[in-house]
Design a protein around this ligand. Structure first.
Ligand SMILES: [Mg+2]
Length: 193
């Protein structure tokens, strides 16, 4: 079996950040949560339509980061991959503009939830470049821009299905964590042959 360096995004890939944020948005802006769910506006759309949305998010990042739930099977799959010898590198754009100490907040969250990882890198603007620097074999992120960035550096990239990100044909899509496990499993077997 071949050992792979696997880079994973946190928000909306490991965690249900969007889903956890929606009730906060509904309360703060006095909106109907059911309608919000029906429309599933993207972060960009929310930012365009709601007054001071970016500021609101900024003020609530630290709350959000602690209440977000972890996606089904994410912990199980990450543990399995790590026990098989693969390296898990968490790469997040969370930065000091959003959080006073993004590394510590994220590190503590990952540990408290029992999410296994070998390395955590925060404040990453260019995920493709970061993946190339870290010698990443496989990258998974929900964000279209980040996926394209990694593909530019020829990183084997998968986009985690989200409620609000557009799907593009040229980006390989993953619908759930079990699917990701199977992809890695096959990849590490293939690399061996
Ligand atoms: Mg994300």
């Amino acid at each position: 079996m071949n050992i792979l360096n696997i880079a994973i995004d946190i928000d909306d890939t490991i965690t249900d950040t969007y889903e956890s944020m929606m009730p906060l948005v509904a309360i703060n802006y006095d909106l109907d949560l059911k309608k919000l769910w029906a429309n599933k506006p993207s972060y960009k759309e929310l930012s365009k339509t709601l007054p001071n949305f970016d500021e609101f998010i900024q003020n609530n990042y630290h709350i959000l980061a602690n209440i977000v739930s972890v996606k089904e099977d994410a912990i199980k799959v990450l543990k399995k991959l790590r026990s098989e010898g693969h390296r898990i590198i968490i790469i997040t754009a969370r930065n000091t503009e959003e959080y006073s100490n993004p590394y510590k907040l994220t590190y503590d969250f990952l540990v408290s939830k029992g999410i296994p990882f070998d390395k955590l890198i925060t404040n990453v603007g260019n995920k493709g470049l970061q993946c190339a620097t870290e010698g990443i074999d496989v990258f998974m992120d929900d964000n279209t821009k980040n996926c394209k960035s990694a593909m530019k550096y020829n990183i084997n990239t998968y986009q985690f299905k989200s409620n609000f990100c557009s799907q593009e044909d040229k980006i390989k899509r993953v619908n759930n964590w079990d699917e990701f496990y199977n992809i890695i499993s096959n990849m590490s077997k293939e690399a061996n042959n």
